[in-house]
Design a protein around this ligand. Structure first.
Ligand SMILES: *Cc1c(COP(=O)(O)O)cnc(C)c1O
Length: 392
């Protein structure tokens, strides 16, 4: 069956109906194979049905899957301990989706602002970056500057100040005594893999430390191996106060998100002040734990670095041949398509007809974020298909 007559039209999927998936490949109902160069927007960093992750999920499915946090489960603390160690932090607050992690980060930052920093009640501000993408809730779209995401959904949540991304001086100037936090993506994913200037994250860390402001890093898309590091902040040796994690933390199996921070920050929340029926459920914890164990060895990060260098070399060769610019970080690429060739959407449609799945963003950009399990020869093939599409 194709078409989605009964599905609300908040997406415009490519004309591909996936019925199965394994590793970097998906298959449609007719058995046609496609190389998945989007990987669920980085939720499938370890590929479709990764055996280690599926095994952890299956084992947990046989034991207990949901307890609520009214009771303890034997899966949550081991997951939290492993994730805290991976991040070098004390505590983990488990949620489900990325947007929930962002909402949680905002609540924690405000609570810290009032209870620890001493901001007068109701005045806490959070500084965010232009071009951000942090999710789709009403509070989060309140500080989006993408008209499609925001227009017609007000009234909006106040308390956010927007500064240009990558401009540390503007960020410093926006901070005042009521500022609780700076919330940024270390690399902007939805914006098209926008990498800030070298040294920007270090400056953000210095400024926020000096001014007694929390640095909240949304690593929901950039984190967990994608950039060749556990966290994109590692590229500059920077440690934020809070990591917001999601997407790949669920191993491509279930939604798992988390806010990770030290006692001095995350410890501000007490019982009853925040929660989630499903957050930290045993199945999610087992899957998240498997993901953290896989990242703990560093081999996935190394693989992303090596394959990323290979992908970058392939893509840079296309600049001037239907591509105007390529930005690659680890196994993550934003490819700006020359308007003379067509729109990003048109390129993704032609790629799909050649067996390569990718997603456009902001009109002229397409994003490659394949599973980290992909092979170099598969990257060669994907870029060859792109080259053929660009050649018309
Ligand atoms: C995807 C994403 C989110 C939102 O995650 P959902 O699971 O879709 O709610 C937040 N921040 C960033 C950087 C993302 O890429």
């Amino acid at each position: 069956m194709t078409g989605e007559a009964h599905v609300a039209r908040n997406y415009a999927p490519l004309d591909v109906t996936i019925a199965g998936g394994e590793g970097a490949w998906v298959t449609d109902a007719d058995g046609r194979r496609y190389l998945d160069m989007l990987a669920g927007y980085s939720a499938l960093n370890f590929g479709h049905r990764n055996p280690e992750i599926v095994r952890a999920a299956m084992d947990q499915l046989q034991r207990v899957t949901l307890t609520s946090r009214a009771f303890r489960s034997d899966a949550l603390e081991p997951f939290a301990a492993a994730l805290a160690e991976l991040a070098g932090k004390d505590l983990v607050l488990p949620m489900n989706t990325g947007a929930e992690a962002v909402e949680t980060g905002i609540k924690v930052a405000r609570a810290w602002g009032y209870r620890v920093k001493g901001i007068p009640d109701g005045r806490a501000k959070v500084v965010v970056a232009a071009g951000n993408f942090h999710g789709r809730t009403t509070t989060i779209v309140s500080f989006s500057d993408d008209p499609e995401a925001r227009d017609g959904f007000g009234p909006f949540t106040p308390g956010f100040v927007t500064v240009p991304f990558g401009d540390a001086d503007a960020l410093a100037a926006a901070i005042d005594d009521d500022t609780a936090a700076v919330l940024i993506e270390p690399i902007q994913g939805e914006a098209g893999i926008v990498v800030p200037p070298d040294g920007y994250l270090r400056r953000v860390r210095e400024i926020t430390s000096e001014r007694n402001v929390l640095f909240v890093a949304d690593e929901i898309q950039s984190g967990l191996g994608r950039t060749g590091h556990t966290f994109a902040c590692d590229r500059e040796g920077v440690v934020p106060d809070l990591y917001l994690l999601g997407k790949a933390l669920g191993g491509g199996v279930v939604p798992v998100s988390a806010v990770v921070g030290d006692e001095a920050v995350l410890g501000v929340l007490g019982p009853g002040q925040h929660g989630s029926t499903f957050g930290g459920n045993p199945l999610a914890a087992a899957v998240g734990h498997a993901v953290v164990d896989m990242l703990a060895t560093g081999t996935w990060q190394e693989r992303a670095r090596q394959l990323g260098a290979h992908l970058d070399a392939l893509l840079q060769a296309l600049v001037g041949h239907g591509v105007t610019e390529v930005r690659t970080v680890g196994l993550w690429a934003g490819i700006d398509i020359d308007p003379a060739v067509g729109t990003g959407r048109e390129v993704t449609e032609r790629l799909a007809s050649r067996g390569v799945l990718a997603k456009d963003t902001h009109g002229q950009t397409i994003r490659f974020a394949p599973p980290l399990t992909i092979r170099a020869t598969e990257l060669d093939w994907a870029v060859e298909q792109l080259q053929l599409v660009l050649a018309g």
